[in-house]
Design a protein around this ligand. Sequence first.
Ligand SMILES: Cc1ncc(COP(=O)(O)O)c(C=O)c1O
Length: 370
Amino acid sequence: MTQKSIYVTEPSMPPLEDFIPYLQKIWESKILTNGGPFHQQLEAALCRYLGVSHISLFANATIALVTALQTLRITGEVITTPYSFVATAHSLLWNGIKPVFVDISPDTLNIDPERIESAITPQTTAILPVHCYGHPCDVVSIQKIADIYNLKVIYDAAHAFGVHTELGSILNHGDLSVLSFHATKVFNTFEGGAIICQDAKIKQRIDNLKNFGIVSQVQVVAPGINGKMSEINAAFGMLQLNGIDSALSRRRMLDAAYREELNGVTGIRCLKDSGETVANYSYFPILVGPEYSLKRDELFDKFTENGIHTRRYFYPLITEFPMYRSLASAAHSNLPVAIKAANEVLCLPIYPDLHLNTLETIVGIIKETL
Ligand SMILES: Cc1ncc(COP(=O)(O)O)c(C=O)c1O
């Protein structure tokens, strides 16, 4: 039994005293929200850091997803993945859109482009893929299908902060990408999120929609929501950016240590990169196959008994929940790869302050049963 409970993640936090000067500025300006100075600074700083041209900050990624769909006036049916956090599909229901679930690729656990075409109907207007665990989707194949059928593509990039491929930032693909800055994410503002878009006019529409649809003091053009990020969250984001590179390099080191330690362990598969040239190591999923001596849930319980709280992301699949399970595309026969992954996956703890000896304890528990 380890001394203290270990969780799948722990938020990166700068020293509290470093945040005080930021708070003092907010108290002096008395600007608390509505696109204040920190909000503007963080948008500009994130554009530079991420290598994107336009970003609009949000209170969280779920509201950002809901707004992204409204920005492009998406209706009817949208093709998406069952292997994600429920917010992905919930954003469709919040817009009265029917999700159509498509199975994932066994190697990346991202939506399988080869299965998208057969799910398209005359009602399909968009594709909503997820860069699961920060591993890039096959953006080129997805865009080809979207171009042929004149569909929009909105990426749920909640896990993909800072990820690049040889084509540049992964966030520049599709029509819009949505990031999450939730406490559990690589870059956190306590709660927070953002939409990345390619042109200034679209950014203006997003900014209006996240502020009740208000365009001027006398004009409201859409039933927008209140999705604005507050000045406290934006100020914290500015401070967090100072530490992001060292947080990412610490994650890289831990990811490499896990891979080395788990290499050759019978029945345990570590998910590989999917073409990223800059990765973010946001999760460390392993797949516990039938050749391993314990079932996935037995290993999960064994970790829990030892005070190590791993997570079965993403089990159950979104398609198992009552608001989705009666859809034809939620049928088990449609999703064999996703069902297998959901039954085998276990996310191990990874975060900048995780000690190497804790990582060795975690790996030791996996190897103990061999
Ligand atoms: C894939 C995915 N999409 C959306 C979200 C929702 O993000 P938020 O918690 O910022 O609303 C999450 C997060 O936790 C997620 O993992």
